[in-house]
Write a protein that binds this ligand. Structure first.
Ligand code: ASP
Length: 593
C-alpha cells in the first residue's frame, strides 16, 4: 500500500542539511539512493536535487517506521519525518556528513522498478542506455550539476544583456529557409498543401529586420536547427546566444560579448580577462594551422619549405612544409614516433619528417636528404634546443587557393600538445579572429562561396572588387574562440540594398532567385536600414567548456545521438497514414533506416 502525500510539506532539501540544523524536526522527500539493513538499524541515503542525506530507522525507538523501511528498495519515493542529529562519526565525503536524520515516520509515496543501471556518479552503462533512460541518468549528480550550471549561465547571460540595454525578442520557429549553409528541417503545411515551413537555421534575417524596425539592441537565447552530417560536438537542434546591435562599431559588439562571457565565466569562478586579444585569420593559420587556435600552449608552426627545397623531389613533397618543435620529445621511442606518423597520416599528411636535437648533435633520417648542414639550418630556423624533437610535415593533397600543409601541421600541433601535456587546463584563452576573406573556394562546388553567410559586410575599399576579383574582398566578419573551440561568429552586416543585391549576384544567384528567396528582406532593406551588426554564440559549447565536459550531450537535458535520434522519445518515427494524407504527402520508397 502506498501512502499519499496528503498534507505533508517538505521542510527543506535533504542535500541542504548541515550541522547547524541539529535538533530540528524536518520532513524530507526524495528517492532511496541506497539502503543498508543492519537488523535493528536500517540506514537509507535519501537523495533529492540538492544531494544526499543519511536517514536512520531505529527498531527500538520507532518500530513502526523501522518495519516500513524494510520494504524500501532503490529509487522508491519517500517522505521522512524525523529529527536531525549530529553524527557520532561524521562522513567528510558528503556535505551533509556531519548530521543524520532519526526517522520517526516513513511515508512510501511510490515504488520503482529496478533501474537498468544504478544511479551513481560513475556509470558503467553505455551512452545509449543512458540516453534511453535519460530520466534516470539525469538523477545522477553530474548531469544534475550540468543542467543547473546551464541554468545559472543562461540566467547570468540574460542579466548581463539586460543591463546593457538589450531586449530579448522571440523570432518564429515556423519560418522560411535561412542561408547558414546547412540543410533545412522542413515542416509541411496542412492548410497550404504542398507548401513547407523551414525551422530556422538561425534568426539571422529576423534579427536584421528587428534592427530595421528600430529595436536597436536585440538578443535571444534561441534554438536553431540544421540538418547536417553530425559530428561529435554537433546536435541537429542547438542553442545560440543570438545578438544584434544598431550603429555599432566592431568594438562595441566585442565589448558586449566580452562582458557577457566574463559574467558567464564568473559563474564557475573563472576570471576572464578582457579585452580579448585579436588575431588576424591569416596569422592564425600561419602560426597555429587553425582558424580556432588553442592558445593555452605555444608550439607555433614554422614554414620550413626552403630548407626542404633541395630534397623535395627525392621526398616526393608537394606544396609547403611546416614544422613544429616538440619540447622534450627528443626522447620519443620508435613506437611513439610511429604513432605520431600514423596520426599525421590520418590528418592528411604525406608523412612526417623528424629530427631529434641532443647535446651531441642532431639525429634524423633526413640527414640522407638534407645533409648535416640542412639539418642544422632546419634546427636554427625553428629555434630547436637540445632535448627537442622537430616534426615537419607536408600535406598529401593540395587544393586550389589554399595551403593544406597548415591545417595538417595544426592538427599535429594539437596532438603533440595533448601528448606532451602542454595544454594548461586552468587557462581560459579567449580570442577574436578577424580579417576573414569574404569568399572561400569550395573545392566541392568548384566556385567561390560565402565564407560566412551572404549578409556579412564587405570592407568598403574592397566593394569595387565584388564583381571583378571577389576573392580579394575582405569581410567584416569575426569569430570568437575559446581554448581552441569556435564559440561562434558574427559580422557587421551589409545594410545597403544595392550592395546586398550585388552580393547575391556574386554568389551566383539570379535576380529572380534572389527575389524568390530573400525578396521580403531586400524590400525591407530599402526602407531606411541602420548600419548594424551582431554575432551568435553556441551556448551548448560554452556550457560544455565551463562545465569541464567533453561532449555537448552532457549539458543538454534531452540530447540526440550522433545519428540524430532521440532514443528516449524514439524520434524520428513513422506517422500514421492519415496524418500524411492530411498533408498530401506520400513516402516514396522504404526508409533508409
Ligand atoms: N547567424 C550567424 C550564425 O548562426 C551568426 C551571425 O552572423 O550573427 O552563425
Amino acid at each position: 500500500m502506498l501512502d499519499s502525500l496528503g498534507n505533508l510539506k517538505r521542510t527543506q532539501y535533504s542535500g541542504s542539511l548541515r550541522a547547524s540544523d541539529a535538533d530540528k524536526s524536518v520532513i524530507l522527500m526524495g528517492w532511496v539512493h541506497r539502503r543498508r539493513d543492519l537488523g535493528q538499524l536500517i540506514f537509507i541515503d535519501l537523495r533529492d536535487r540538492a544531494g544526499i542525506a543519511q536517514i536512520v530507522f531505529n527498531n527500538e525507538l520507532h518500530p513502526e517506521a523501522h518495519a516500513k523501511a524494510e520494504e524500501l528498495r532503490a529509487e522508491f519515493v519517500v517522505a521522512v519525518e524525523g529529527r536531525v542529529l549530529r553524527r557520532q562519526k561524521p562522513n567528510p565525503e558528503i556535505p551533509t556528513g556531519e548530521v543524520e536524520v532519526m526517522a520517526t515516520r516513513l511515508h512510501i509515496l511510490n515504488n520503482a522498478k529496478t533501474p537498468p543501471f544504478t544511479i551513481e556518479d560513475e556509470v558503467t552503462a553505455s551512452e545509449e542506455t543512458r540516453l534511453r533512460y535519460r530520466y534516470l541518468d539525469l538523477r545522477r549528480r553530474r548531469p544534475h550539476r550540468n543542467i543547473e550550471l546551464r541554468h545559472r549561465i543562461f540566467f547570468e547571460v540574460r542579466k548581463a544583456l539586460d543591463e546593457l540595454g538589450f531586449f530579448e525578442i522571440e523570432t518564429p520557429m515556423l519560418t522560411r529557409s535561412t542561408p547558414e549553409g546547412a540543410r533545412d528541417y522542413l515542416v509541411p503545411s496542412r492548410v497550404h498543401r504542398g507548401q513547407f515551413y523551414a525551422l530556422p537555421q538561425s534568426p539571422q534575417i529576423f534579427k536584421q529586420i528587428l534592427m530595421i524596425s528600430g529595436m536597436d539592441r536585440y538578443f535571444q537565447i534561441v534554438r536553431c536547427f540544421r540538418d547536417e552530417d553530425l559530428r561529435a560536438d554537433r546536435q541537429p537542434e542547438f542553442t545560440q546566444l543570438d545578438l544584434e546591435m544598431s550603429f555599432p562599431r566592431q568594438e562595441d559588439i566585442f565589448e558586449a560579448i566580452e562582458q557577457v562571457m566574463k559574467r558567464a565565466c564568473a559563474v564557475v569562478g573563472v576570471e576572464a580577462q578582457s579585452p580579448f586579444p585579436h588575431l588576424d585569420y591569416k596569422d592564425a593559420l600561419r602560426r597555429y594551422g587553425s582558424d580556432k587556435p588553442d592558445l593555452r600552449f605555444g608550439m607555433e608552426l614554422h614554414d620550413v619549405t626552403p630548407v626542404f627545397e633541395p630534397a623535395s623531389a627525392a621526398l616526393n613533397i608537394e606544396g609547403h612544409v611546416q614544422a613544429v618543435v616538440a619540447p622534450g620529445a627528443a626522447a620519443f621511442s620508435r613506437k611513439q614516433l610511429d604513432e605520431l606518423a600514423a596520426f599525421a597520416k590520418s590528418a592528411g599528411a604525406r608523412g612526417i619528417y623528424t629530427a631529434k636535437v641532443t647535446a651531441e648533435g642532431i639525429t634524423s633520417p633526413l640527414e640522407r636528404n638534407l645533409g648535416a648542414d640542412g639539418l642544422k639550418r632546419l634546427a636554427e630556423r625553428v629555434g630547436a634546443r637540445p632535448g627537442d624533437l622537430i616534426v615537419a610535415t607536408a600535406a598529401r593533397e593540395q587544393v586550389a587557393h589554399g595551403d593544406t600543409s597548415l591545417a595538417v601541421a595544426g592538427q599535429i600541433r594539437l596532438h603533440l600538445g595533448e601528448k606532451l601535456n602542454l595544454v594548461e587546463r586552468n587557462r581560459w584563452e579567449f580570442l577574436w579572429i578577424t580579417g576573414f576573406a569574404l569568399f572561400e573556394w569550395s573545392d566541392k562546388d568548384k566556385r567561390w562561396v560565402s565564407a560566412q553567410h551572404p549578409f556579412t559586410g564587405i570592407v568598403e575599399e574592397d566593394l569595387d572588387k565584388l564583381e571583378t576579383a571577389p576573392w580579394e574582398c575582405r569581410s567584416k566578419g569575426y569569430d570568437l574562440v575559446l581554448n581552441g573551440v569556435e564559440l561562434g561568429s558574427g559580422s557587421i552586416r551589409i545594410h545597403r540594398q544595392d550592395v546586398q543585391e550585388r552580393m547575391f549576384k556574386s554568389l551566383g544567384l539570379s535576380q529572380e532567385q534572389a527575389r524568390q528567396r530573400f525578396g521580403f528582406f531586400l524590400d525591407a532593406l530599402a526602407y531606411g536600414t541602420p548600419p548594424h551588426g551582431g554575432i551568435a554564440l553556441g551556448l551548448d559549447r560554452v556550457v560544455t567548456l565551463l562545465a569541464g565536459e567533453r561532449s555537448i550531450r552532457e549539458v543538454i537535458a534531452f540530447p540526440k545521438t550522433t545519428a540524430a535520434q532521440d532514443l528516449m522519445a524514439d524520434s524520428p518515427s513513422e506517422v500514421p497514414t492519415e496524418q500524411l494524407d492530411e498533408l498530401g504527402i506520400k513516402i516514396k520508397g522504404p526508409s533508409q533506416g
